[in-house]
Write a protein that binds this ligand. Structure first.
Ligand code: SF4
Length: 591
């Protein structure tokens, strides 16, 4: 493993990941020392990296690592009880390994599979919609040697509903669930790589940037920055190297859309990334996939190899003067690596600490070179825009938010799922038409909009149009397009505490307001949940979250203000009930 990686740039994380796999799911001290010697880096430096990423372990672990998802979607659907079931079945506590060395039981901040919550992952394989019975059966199967090969799984495509009208599968989900994701011929038959051919044969990079600008496409990772504008900053810069990176580190709890594209139609992403490279003058691209998405990585790797064989990647693509190649990189369990500069640090083989900005990556990014970072869904739009034109793309959606969007609906609905729709759908429509209505008919109470980083809506906001401007005006966000729906039996203090635990756990520790502030927010919410809160805590929570937002280094610490403030403003009585009555009115919070 060392021989394979030695001498290559930024290869430390893949090296440690592979070494861990070879050593039986952990990194013994003598192996770390050997790697440090071979790479001529200090052991403490390697230790710093190995302890940053939660999927790496310096402690012995079992042959099968069971990661139970504790994200908000799994939390509200009862995952805590299921962890106790697993502890009973395995005979160990969380964090321990069974005496036969078969299983290690761990928690995961989020597995990115909220549509099948509650869920767990055993090595590469996800088991969703867990019940006590299902857990017992899965563990029995693994004990008996009946394991599952993740490469043979259908993947997300098998879950895309076929009865939805074509409008909802027009662009991003076109082909997902229909094409064989491991066949380049299937993709070509549906018009795949036509946009690349058109671009290379008849468009200058400036024309491509202009077309994407015209289309009004905005980043679909959460921030919504105009994509063409981002590309236009990097295109004119003269530099020996430029890079494009696809941010496929889909770690925001509630978000699972990018997985559908990567597992269901990976060539669409590959084509989008090649076009992005051409548009900004880059010859190398990376796709940085979150560590838990094994099937995505496997299929993307195949897609890249097939594209190389067919001349869509490599030297002088399709006879043009443009050369470009793609490397797939894996994360290793660090949410903060979804922040673009942290992701760049991670590709360079470092701890994923966000950089101080400016300079922005478009000017100085990977290995100090101009680098464009785009999300999976953003890039998956690009081939369709180039093939059909900006005017066609603008015919979907609203003036402020043109185009189509992948919405994700999860939580207390009958049919958690992914929906492709023009921007402009209302939250009520999403819940009732596509989410199948509220689960078991229990009335709606609240919804966290856009992902774990954003604000909560209550019933008065159900008719909000889900575009960038309307969501923001009402204290929510379109964000990644995910909507975590909760019924009236859900305790707001319990959910906000769960979300705060996530941010406290994922803070990289680089700056004090976030490292300390997330801990204080979590501790305060824990006190309120336990019936030990004070009324002044509510102002204190908002003040502290606001201070963090104004003084910390990256967006992670800017998130709590949105969900803390909107829930305290909109559901204050429930917070007060915990404080005045010294107990959870719904009997949800632990005493
Ligand atoms: Fe790290 Fe938090 Fe500071 Fe971001 S805000 S750099 S996550 S400590």
């Amino acid at each position: 493993v060392i021989g394979k990686h030695a001498g290559k740039k930024g290869t430390l994380l893949p090296l440690l990941t592979e070494a861990q796999a070879v050593c039986g799911n952990w990194l013994p001290a003598n192996v770390l020392a050997e790697i440090a010697d071979a790479l001529d880096v200090h052991l403490s430096y390697l230790y710093g990296i190995a302890t940053f990423y939660t999927m790496l372990s310096l402690q012995p672990r079992g042959r099968f690592i069971i990661r139970v998802c504790e994200s908000p979607a799994c939390h509200i659907l009862g995952v805590e009880n299921l962890i106790h079931v697993l502890e009973d079945v395995l005979g160990v506590r969380e964090g321990e390994t069974t005496p036969d060395g078969l299983f290690t039981l761990e928690r995961s901040s989020c597995l990115g599979v909220c549509e099948v919550a509650p869920a767990m992952q055993i090595n590469e394989v996800v088991f969703g919609n867990l019940t006590r019975e299902k857990i017992r059966k899965v563990i029995d199967d693994y004990r008996a040697g009946r394991t599952v090969d993740f490469r043979k799984l259908p993947g997300s495509g098998g879950r895309v509903r076929k009865d939805l009208d074509v409008h909802r599968r027009a662009v991003l989900l076109h082909g997902v669930g229909d094409v064989d994701p491991e066949s380049i011929d299937d993709y070509i038959q549906m018009g795949g790589y036509e946009a690349l051919k058109k671009v290379l044969s008849s468009m200058a990079p400036e024309d491509v940037v202009e077309e994407v600008k015209e289309s009004g496409l905005r980043g679909r990772g959460g921030a919504g920055f105009p994509t063409g504008l981002k590309w236009s900053f990097t295109l004119p810069i003269k530099a020996p190297e430029k890079y494009v990176i696809c941010n496929a580190d889909e770690g925001e709890p509630g978000t699972f859309k990018d997985r559908y594209i990567m597992e269901g139609n990976p060539h669409r992403l590959v084509e989008g990334l090649i076009i992005a490279g051409y548009a900004v003058g880059a010859n190398k691209g990376f796709i940085y996939v979150r560590g838990e998405y094994y099937l995505s990585m496997y299929r993307l790797q195949k897609a890249v190899e097939q594209a190389r064989e067919r001349g869509f990647l490599g030297e002088r693509i399709l006879g043009s003067r443009f050369s470009f190649d793609i490397e797939i990189r894996s994360g290793a369990g660090a949410y903060v690596c979804g922040e673009e500069t942290a992701l760049i640090e991670s590709i360079e083989g470092l701890r994923g600490n966000p950089r101080v900005k400016p300079p922005f990556p478009g000017v100085r990014g990977l290995w100090e070179n101009p680098t464009v970072v785009n999300n999976v869904e953003t890039l998956a739009n690009v081939p369709a825009i180039l093939r059909n034109g900006a005017a066609w793309y603008r015919s979907f959606g609203t003036e402020d938010s043109p185009g189509v969007k992948l919405y994700q609906i999860c939580g207390h609905v009958n049919e958690p799922q992914i929906v492709e729709a023009p921007l402009g759908l209302t939250l009520r429509e999403l819940i009732e038409r596509y989410g199948g209505g509220m689960r078991d008919g229990i009335p709606f109470k609240m919804c966290q909009t856009g992902g774990a980083s954003f604000g909560f809506f209550t019933a008065e906001h159900l008719d909000t149009v889900m575009d960038y401007a309307s969501m923001q005006q009402r204290g929510g966000a379109l964000g990644s397009g995910t909507m975590l729906v909760m019924n009236e039996r859900t305790c707001v203090v319990d959910v906000v505490r769960n979300i705060m635990h996530f941010f406290q756990h994922e803070s990289c520790g680089f700056c004090t307001p976030c490292r300390r502030g997330t801990r204080v927010l979590y501790d305060t919410l824990t006190r309120i949940a336990a019936g030990e809160g004070r009324e002044s805590d509510l102002d204190h929570l908002i003040d502290l979250a606001r201070t963090m937002s104004a003084t910390a280094n990256c967006a992670l610490a800017m998130s709590p203000i949105f969900f803390v403030r909107t829930t305290i403003e909109r559901l204050k009585d429930e917070y007060l009930a915990h404080i005045v009555d010294k107990a959870c009115p719904l009997g949800v919070c632990p005493a």
